[in-house]
Design a protein around this ligand. Structure first.
Ligand code: NAD
Length: 288
């Protein structure tokens, strides 16, 4: 059985690795439609697949913020169906909440939340008609617990959790499986691509010194976490495969079991623990 897969955000990172892995499957089980917003970036993906992908990989233009481009991508799928839809496109955003502009706030929700919803909306009716299909979504630990200076990113990813969990209840009745692949830090272009308020940015003039000091500490914490604990995209692909190959996949898969969220009903344990982890190191207080 040929499985038709459509993946969003394949110009780099997790999307690229997953597309390469599935398209290179020796048994040619998958026909991969690897979509990306900017087709000028397709070279990297092409360089990663060896010569034998002519019949297993098609690169499509698709911007998850542009409904027309999603429809165009759907119309170019020659099999006329998608068996496995992977909503992976996403962007990061860091900075003190009070420094985020209206445009930046709308931008992240537009990609991470509405982009995911739009993509699902477009492919869901066919899956329901066929009473089969899989929705896989690249989730984040930032969608399961809060992180300082990531309020909007976390809001977007928490919201995606709500969409997926809600759909999972309904879609059982259509034999459609929904799975979130919850990632901690992964070595991708995520940190390069993320929008970050830089410590000397003019939007920080209204932000108090204490917050700026804590932001500096957070940025240091973040870069050390990425240096020391980030997973490779190949590790994430293995978790994706587990979900894809399972006859009854779970709603949530965790790529890094060392990072399972600490939860208590009143939230206090998590807040204390995370604050200690991020802000316990003593760096000299700098003036901005
Ligand atoms: P990445 O920046 O390498 O890849 C993200 C991809 O999404 C890029 O190819 C980018 O071009 C694409 N994209 C952005 N806006 C788009 C749009 N409007 N339409 C279509 N594509 C768009 O980073 P990544 O780590 O591979 O990110 C993939 C997913 O993993 C994201 O949803 C991200 O939130 C999630 N994630 C990443 C990490 C991490 O540490 N890298 C951790 C948790 C979750």
């Amino acid at each position: 059985d040929l499985k038709v897969v459509l993946i969003t955000g394949c110009s780099s990172g997790i999307g690229l690795s997953l597309a390469v892995h599935l398209a290179s499957d020796p048994s040619k089980t998958y026909k991969v439609y690897a979509s990306m917003r900017n087709m000028d970036k397709k070279q990297r993906l092409l360089e990663c697949v060896s010569g034998h992908h002519k019949d297993t990989l098609v690169i499509l233009q698709m911007d998850v913020t542009d409904q027309q481009s999603i429809h165009r991508a759907k119309d170019s799928i020659t099999e006329g169906r998608v068996d496995i839809l992977v909503c992976n496109a996403g962007i990061g955003l860091m900075g003190p909440l009070e420094a985020q502009s209206e445009d930046v706030m709308r931008g992240i929700l537009e990609v991470n939340l509405l982009g995911t919803i739009r993509t699902i909306q477009t492919f869901l009716p066919d899956m329901k008609r066929r009473k089969s299909g899989r929705l896989l979504v690249t989730g984040s630990m930032g969608g399961l617990h809060g992180l300082p200076f990531n309020e909007l990113y976390c809001a977007s990813k928490f919201a995606v959790e709500g969409v997926c969990e809600s759909l999972a209840i309904l879609l059982q009745h259509f034999s459609i499986h929904v799975s979130l692949i919850e990632c901690g830090p992964v070595n991708t272009d995520f940190l390069v691509n993320l929008q970050r308020v830089e410590p000397r940015d003019s939007s920080l003039v209204e932000v108090d010194d204490h917050t700026l000091h804590l932001y500096e500490m957070y940025l240091q914490h973040c870069s050390s976490v990425f240096q020391n604990a980030a997973q490779d995209t190949e590790d994430i692909v293995q978790v994706y495969l587990e979900a894809i190959q399972s006859p009854r996949p779970f709603l949530r898969y965790y790529t890094n079991h060392g990072l399972l969220p600490i939860s208590t009903p009143d939230g206090s344990q998590y807040i204390t623990a995370m604050s200690k982890i991020i802000f316990s190191s003593t760096i000299p207080k700098v003036r901005f």
